[in-house]
Design a protein around this ligand. Structure first.
Ligand code: ASP
Length: 340
């Protein structure tokens, strides 16, 4: 029953609570006042009770750094006992980096965390904020979630499978390689098979923030090898290499391949994901992919860029060495990938 549950709403910032300024929308404080004015039903019995915590300086999420994920995870973990679930209000631009990261940082936490936001501020008359926020609260009230999800528009999605696919439409997120956990129409159509497979692996302890340089690098035609050397020279511990298709790159370019080889030999964990939204990386399918594996690049299978990026962070934050990180990047820890 919704009324027996209590949800912690954490307002980190984002469009949902933004106000207009001369330079465009800016993050704004006092979401509490705005909710009371624009969304009084949030306090009524049909939804879980809630307690709102607002960041002192709400974020434009494009300014979020990995440190933000760890602080947020700590806040959630510290309040774990007192609440049946958590709704995180977040900017949409980096929402899925955060939802992916939380899935690793809150490994074993067990309580539902639903990340949401809006494309149109609650302040505006035709906002998607109320539907998204109420959807997130109702999703928790079902008692069917035990992990990190994204609630947005018509979908409830697994947090570490989600990605922002539309910059202006209200159904901004999809999880192209994993079916929605629920479709939200007149009702929640849960597909419980997609909800919560028991995690096959568990991170040993909650990692604390560690300053760690992870790069995201798209392959593009004519890419000079100096780009890879520069990233390694800047101290990268890992690279999410966004390859073509099923995992190919210009491996006929010996200098390019040699640069990747140097990176892997230097202990940089290079993980291949696809530039395609749907499908998976199979490095052995083409010689242009096998050559990547031969120099030490590991497959990210069907992980999103966000999941691979956040997972590298979380694993290095545990203090694991490059070999162990490379091994775990190919294992399904929190439902983020479909193994071979
Ligand atoms: N730029 C905003 C942000 O990510 C976009 C949004 O929230 O929709 O904070």
């Amino acid at each position: 029953m919704a009324e027996n549950k209590t949800v912690s709403i954490i307002y980190t910032g984002g469009t949902l609570g933004m106000r207009p300024s001369e330079k465009g929308y800016v993050p704004a404080s006092d979401l509490d006042g705005l909710l009371r004015e624009r969304l009084p039903e949030l306090g009524l019995g049909a939804l879980p009770r809630y307690e709102l915590t607002e960041y002192e300086h709400p974020l434009e999420s494009s300014n979020a750094t990995p440190r933000h994920w760890y602080e947020l995870a700590d806040r959630i973990r510290d309040r774990g006992e007192a609440f049946d679930g958590f709704v995180v209000i977040h900017g949409t631009d980096t929402l899925t980096y955060t939802s992916s990261a939380l899935s690793f940082l809150l490994s074993g936490f067990g309580r539902p965390v639903v990340v949401t936001g809006a494309q149109i501020p609650l302040y505006e008359v035709r906002s998607d904020a109320s539907g998204n926020l109420i959807g997130a609260m109702q999703a928790i009230a079902t008692g069917k979630l035990h992990d990190v999800s994204v609630c947005f528009g018509r979908y409830l999605l697994r947090g570490n499978r989600s990605t922002k696919v539309k910059s202006t439409e209200l159904d901004a997120f999809e999880s192209p390689n994993h079916p929605p956990v629920a479709e939200i129409g007149t009702d929640f159509q849960f597909n419980e098979v997609n909800a919560l497979p028991p995690p096959p692996g568990v991170l040993a302890k909650p990692p604390s923030y560690r300053d760690c340089n992870i790069a995201v690098l798209p392959i593009y035609p004519g890419m000079p090898e100096g780009v890879i050397d520069a990233i390694v020279g800047a101290g990268a511990a890992g690279i999410v290499l966004r390859c073509y298709g099923v995992g190919t790159a210009p491996t006929a370019d010996e200098d390019f391949l040699a640069a990747l080889h140097r990176a892997c030999d230097a202990g940089v964990v290079v993980v291949a994901v696809s530039q395609c939204l749907e499908g998976r990386v199979t490095l052995a399918r083409y010689a242009a992919g096998s050559a990547l594996a031969d120099v030490g690049v590991v497959s990210g299978f069907d992980m999103t860029t966000e999941a691979a990026f956040a997972k590298l962070h979380a694993l290095f934050a545990l203090g694991l060495d490059a070999g162990a990180v490379a091994g775990l990047m190919q294992e399904n820890l929190r439902g983020e990938l479909t193994p071979a």
